[in-house]
Write a protein that binds this ligand. Sequence first.
Ligand SMILES: Cc1cc2nc3c(=O)[nH]c(=O)nc-3n(C[C@H](O)[C@H](O)[C@H](O)COP(=O)(O)OP(=O)(O)OC[C@H]3O[C@@H](n4cnc5c(N)ncnc54)[C@H](O)[C@@H]3O)c2cc1C
Length: 293
Amino acid sequence: MKASAFSYTRASSVTDALKLLAQYGDDAKVLSGGQSLMPALNLRLSAPAWIVDIGAIPELRGVSVSGQILRIGALTRHVDILKSPEITQHAPLLSEAMTHVAHPAIRNKGTLGGNLAHADPASEMPACVIALDATIVVQGQSGERRIPAADFFTGIYETVLAPGELLVAVEMPVKRPHSAHFFHEYARRKGDYAMVGLGASAVLDGDMFAELRLGFFAVGEKPLLATASKHLIGKPVTAAVLAEAQAALDDELDPQEDQQATAGMRRYLARQLMARCVADMLGRPELNAGTAV
Ligand SMILES: Cc1cc2nc3c(=O)[nH]c(=O)nc-3n(C[C@H](O)[C@H](O)[C@H](O)COP(=O)(O)OP(=O)(O)OC[C@H]3O[C@@H](n4cnc5c(N)ncnc54)[C@H](O)[C@@H]3O)c2cc1C
């Protein structure tokens, strides 16, 4: 199938893009890397009258570190995240997770901003930015809004972005001393969307968690910052403590059934991921085997 007819305009700056979006209103759609929008147009799931291409706006590009904050511009492509020494040093969870996002041809075009704005519940990056306690920076005609990543995603392909607003950057605290991260997803093949996945970050206090943020994806309508982590923080983690956390996680999940997995399978895989993550971060392989006492 081919896209229905649309008019195309290229914005030269954020101000220009915001003006164009205000002018065309609901008839307009933003284009970044096109890796989700173009298939949607071709399948006629979306049929805007205007495409506002933001792909050449220089101020939306780039990765920088200022004090304790890492800032990633919305147009930073997936491949740029893989290659960025700043991201590898300060947010290694993103670099590791990105190797699981799609395939090289898509990673050469797709952008972080587009990926987050698209808000696919099976996407890796939304769960990772939640785990990293990131802030999503959004700009509209009335100015800037700074939204905690955990509040940004509201449902399947839904965010708090208002019509006419642009996602301009993502900011997150740089990696702290004694911190750890974990990423794993169960997918049929590397590069496929996950059946269930987890991106996590932690701060360790000796052999315990001082902080733990668990960002699950493909377990519901939006990425989940699991509150079950509170069962694991500030105390020695035994098999019983882990089982309690897994039961609490199960209560939080609302997985869908689709061609890839049943809801029950997703619940099982999420519990497995929690055990694997805790065992890995604490250096306690026996917790993953379920044999700890
Ligand atoms: C075969 C295939 C496999 C894929 N596999 C995966 C995968 O495993 N994991 C994964 O996470 N993704 C996957 N993707 C999606 C891919 O990562 C996309 O690149 C990404 O979702 C969208 O980024 P984009 O820059 O291409 O955005 P676009 O396609 O240009 O835009 C996507 C949406 O976001 C909006 N938008 C874009 N930029 C902004 C902005 N700055 N502000 C406000 N709104 C904006 C657009 O209007 C549109 O609605 C896959 C895609 C394909 C085609």
